[in-house]
Structures are given as structure tokens and as C-alpha cells.
Design a binder for this molecule. Structure first.
Ligand SMILES: Nc1ncnc2c1ncn2[C@@H]1O[C@H](COP(=O)(O)OP(=O)(O)OP(=O)(O)O)[C@@H](O)[C@H]1O
Length: 477
């Protein structure tokens, strides 16, 4: 197995991270009385914590103080723009713990920890799964520096869960096969705290749904996602719109207070010669049953080519900027206008099959979610956990026109006002490829970040699955 052995969490000193001494109180001392709480800011002496940065407040039983406030150090915009992140870890996040004897009631009623959420209390097995290469590779540091101390502080000791770190692109699937499948089939309540982007979720779903039919005892494993990927589409789409500047705070609060909900999914079926392309497109492997399940997006055209071409070790270093870097090459190729993708597209709505008249396309994207990135609202009408597929599509536009559509999607989904853009709610769609040539290049589809190459004359069909066919729960606020 290409995973670390199942490890109990290693011991660290939970409260030894940072401490604002101004508020650290010795029980022998008089209780500080100089805290004020107004306009979403807790202040004492010359220090403050804003609501937006607070994770939780715990009763520090047996400690030197009555309470410990867990918060994240606010990102210093000035330092960030100068590239001065934490020098040791290069992390955009840092845990801050503040001890206090007395806190204003208004602050406590908002943030005091009320006990472990029901889904964690009732779980028989809890795993923390750390996808080491997700996003810009911050998930190990996030566990060590933020999540692990926090879990210990809220009484979720190391012995209650195991920790796994991925070692290869197969690790999540192997973890699911060896640790989740049997338990799920036997009806065991299992929880996975997942530090990854969308890829971790899609790998799990596909492994759970592979193989023989599910028994009636099947219990969906529950996932809590801490968003450490690049786009984090699921995270941004499944949560209530939030004004919180930090997705890490939103993720941690969801872990402590959220409730599991069944995650709607779709099934993408392919013609027999289709292959999963991995290892920067160097390796082509057959798809089990010619199908891939997804929860985010099934696409062909500019989107799928962009995801495929930018999924290299080199581009990944740039985080979500990698999409923009490759978009430029695709929208303004040296030898003329952007590629015109030649396919026949059919939408399925109830019992009707509606062919699209247009025969050349720039973009055909079916999605279950509203946002592919925090600010990229591709399908504004999609609601969290709605089992509905919507297609966004446009024809062979010029580079400037396509760029304008993309920019408008970053502006609250304004692209839908553009008459060149189609938007339909469907039960499914089929794309039949007319692109010629042995190379997959223009016949690559994207399913939640995975890339599938389709053979000449092949096809992809995407169908939303009904209630009861879901594979996992996801904890949301
Ligand atoms: N140690 C590793 N070696 C090789 N591949 C890895 C390793 N750890 C994770 N991976 C792979 O890296 C990819 C990370 O995908 P994930 O979706 O989590 O992040 P992302 O693509 O950055 O984010 P998003 O999908 O939200 O845009 C997955 O395909 C996963 O299998």
C-alpha cells in the first residue's frame, strides 16, 4: 500500500503555538477586566482579535486560564503582497491561542465551544486524510500547525483517529478501498477529515461506487473537507455564501458545527476506447466499466483542455494562477484563432433528447455546482446540495470574446447576460466527437479535474443520479 501505515496522531503541545501574553492569566492573579467587545472586535491593551479570525473558544480545564481563544493570525496584506509569508513554513496561516480569565458574554455566546458535533460523537472510525500535493502543498503544515492542536484542545484526542498522508496519485483510492469500503457496506458510521481539493472527494466516490452493487446496509461515509486544493469548487459551492475572508476559518468552523448532507453526483459514461490520462498525460489507463462519477463538472472544450494542460508539477506551483497562464496559450495561439471543438451535443430533459444546432464549440460544461473557484461563478442558479445538472456553453468565439466571457464569470456570473452564452438545466447530455486524429489533444474531457481522452468517433454521456444513489455525505454549515 502506497500510504503511510495508519498512524495515531503524533503528540504535539496543543497550546504551545503562540500565546498573546497580554491576555494570559495566572489563576493567582486578579481576573483581567479590560476586555471590550464591540463591532465584531475583541480588544484588550493594544491588542485585538476580529470575529472573522476566530475559530472557537474553549474552556481550558486544568490550565492556567479559564478560556483559550483559538484564532488564525490575520493575513497581513502588505506582507503578503511583498511575498513575506511565515518564513519557516511559507504558510498563509498561523494559529494564535489567547488565554483569558473573563471574556465578554457577547463574545462567548458567539464562539464558546458547545461540544463535539453529533456526527463526530457517533462515528465509529475517524480518519484524517492529508493529500500532500493538493493545491500548493500546504496540507501537511495545516494539519501539524492548526488542525492537530485544535482537535486536541476540543477533546478529540490522538487515540480517536488515524492520520494518513498520500504518497502517490493512487493513495486516496487505496485508502478508500482498504479503510472505507467494507465499513460502508456493513453500515458503519465513518468520518474522514479530508485536507485536499476536489480530487480527494472524486477519487473516494469512484472507489466506493466501483465493483458490485451496494448492499442495503450501505452507510455513506461522512467527509469534512478542509479546502487545501486549487479551485476548491465543492467547498465554495456547498457552503452558505460567507463574508469570511478566510476559507480556513470557514472550514474549521464547519468541522466544529456542521451537519452531514448527502452529496448529489453524476455519472459520466464513455465509449469503449476512452482512457483516463494521468501522469501529465503520459499514462493512459482503461476506465472501470467505462464510467467516472463526479460531483462538480463534466466538460469538453476550453475548460477541459485548460485543466489538462495546466495539471503539471511546474504549473501547480502557481496555485489557481495556473489556469490563467494556460488560458492565454489556448485563447491566443500563435497560429491563429482558438481551436473550434467539433462535436455533436445533445441535451436530455425528461424523455426529450434535444440536439444543439451548433456543430463547433468553444466551451461545453455541465456542472452540479455554482462556483469552480471562490470568485468564478460559472452556474449562478446552482444551489448547495441541489441534485441538478446545468450546462454552460458557447461556440467558437475569438480569443477576446472568450476571455470576456471568462472575466464576466468572475464578476458574479455576469457571463449569462452575454447572448453568445447558453445556459440550460438538463438531466443529462451527450457529446459525440467528430475531431479527427490519433492524438487525444482535442478530445479530452474533464470530470472533476480528472482527464479522460476519448477515441476517434467516441462519445461521453453525463447523467445526474437520483436521490438515494449518493456515495458520501459532506459536512456543511
Ligand atoms: N504524494 C502525492 N504524489 C502524487 N500525487 C498526489 C500526491 N498527493 C496527492 N496527489 C494527487 O494530487 C491531486 C490533488 O488534487 P486535488 O483536487 O486534491 O487538488 P487540486 O487539484 O490542487 O485542487 P482542486 O481540485 O480543488 O482544484 C490528486 O490527483 C491526488 O491524487
Amino acid at each position: 500500500m502506497a500510504l503511510d501505515d495508519l498512524l495515531p496522531a503524533q503528540s504535539t503541545e496543543a497550546l504551545a503555538i503562540t500565546c498573546d501574553d497580554a491576555a494570559c492569566a495566572n489563576p493567582e492573579d486578579e481576573a483581567p477586566s479590560d476586555f471590550t467587545y464591540a463591532d465584531g472586535t475583541l480588544k484588550w491593551d493594544s491588542t485585538e482579535i476580529r470575529d472573522d479570525d476566530v475559530i472557537t473558544v474553549i474552556n481550558t480545564l486544568g490550565g492556567t486560564a479559564e478560556y483559550t481563544i483559538f484564532s488564525l493570525q490575520p493575513e497581513n496584506a502588505e506582507e503578503k503582497s511583498e511575498g513575506k509569508q511565515d518564513e519557516k513554513t511559507n504558510c498563509p496561516f498561523k494559529l494564535r491561542t489567547t488565554n483569558a480569565m473573563i471574556l465578554p458574554q457577547g463574545f462567548l455566546s458567539k464562539f464558546q465551544f458547545q461540544g463535539l458535533p453529533a456526527y463526530l460523537q457517533s462515528a465509529k472510525d475517524v480518519h484524517v486524510l492529508i493529500s500532500t500535493l493538493s493545491g500548493t502543498g500546504l496540507s501537511v503544515a495545516f494539519f501539524d500547525e492548526i488542525l492537530h492542536p485544535l482537535l486536541r484542545a476540543v477533546g478529540f484526542e490522538d487515540s480517536k483517529y488515524t492520520v494518513l498522508k498520500t504518497k502517490s496519485a493512487e493513495s486516496v483510492k487505496e485508502f478508500t478501498q482498504f479503510n472505507l469500503v467494507d465499513g460502508a457496506n456493513e453500515g458503519k458510521e465513518q468520518v474522514v477529515i479530508l485536507l485536499s481539493g476536489d480530487g480527494g472527494i472524486v477519487d473516494t466516490i469512484n472507489t466506493l461506487l466501483q465493483g458490485k452493487e451496494r448492499p442495503s446496509t450501505y452507510a455513506k461515509p461522512t467527509f469534512v473537507q478542509l479546502p487545501l486544493g486549487t479551485g476548491n469548487a465543492l467547498f465554495h459551492s456547498l457552503h452558505k455564501p460567507s463574508t469570511l475572508p478566510s476559507i480556513y476559518i470557514q472550514g474549521l468552523r464547519t468541522l466544529l458545527h456542521g451537519k452531514p448532507k448527502a452529496l448529489p453526483i453524476f455519472k459520466a459514461t464513455f465509449s469503449p476506447g476512452a482512457r483516463l490520462l494521468i501522469n501529465e498525460g503520459q499514462t493512459a489507463t482503461p476506465l472501470p466499466n467505462n464510467a467516472v462519477y463526479g460531483a462538480v463538472v463534466g466538460s469538453h472544450g476550453l475548460h477541459s483542455t485548460l485543466v489538462a494542460d495546466s495539471d503539471t508539477t511546474e504549473y501547480r506551483k502557481h496555485g489557481d494562477k495556473r489556469f490563467g497562464m494556460v488560458a492565454n496559450d489556448l485563447l491566443y495561439p500563435k497560429d491563429g484563432p482558438p481551436h473550434k471543438y467539433k462535436t455533436d451535443v445533445t441535451f436530455f430533459q425528461g424523455s426529450k433528447a434535444v440536439p444543439l444546432d451548433r456543430k463547433e464549440h468553444g466551451y461545453v460544461l455541465a456542472t452540479m455546482v455554482s462556483n469552480l473557484e471562490r470568485a468564478f461563478t460559472i452556474s449562478p442558479e446552482s444551489k448547495p446540495f441541489e441534485a441538478a445538472l446545468r450546462v454552460v456553453h458557447f461556440g467558437a468565439l475569438s480569443g477576446d470574446e472568450a476571455m470576456e466571457v471568462m472575466k464576466a464569470a468572475y464578476d458574479n456570473g455576469r457571463h449569462l447576460k452575454n447572448r453568445a452564452v447558453g445556459y440550460e438545466k438538463v438531466d443529462g447530455l451527450k457529446i459525440a466527437f467528430r475531431e479527427e486524429g490519433e492524438d487525444w489533444k482535442w478530445r479530452r474531457c474533464c470530470i472533476d479535474g480528472s482527464i479522460v481522452g476519448v477515441e476517434e468517433g467516441g462519445w461521453m454521456e453525463v447523467r445526474v443520479l437520483g436521490q438515494g444513489e449518493e456515495a458520501i455525505n459532506v459536512v456543511a454549515d
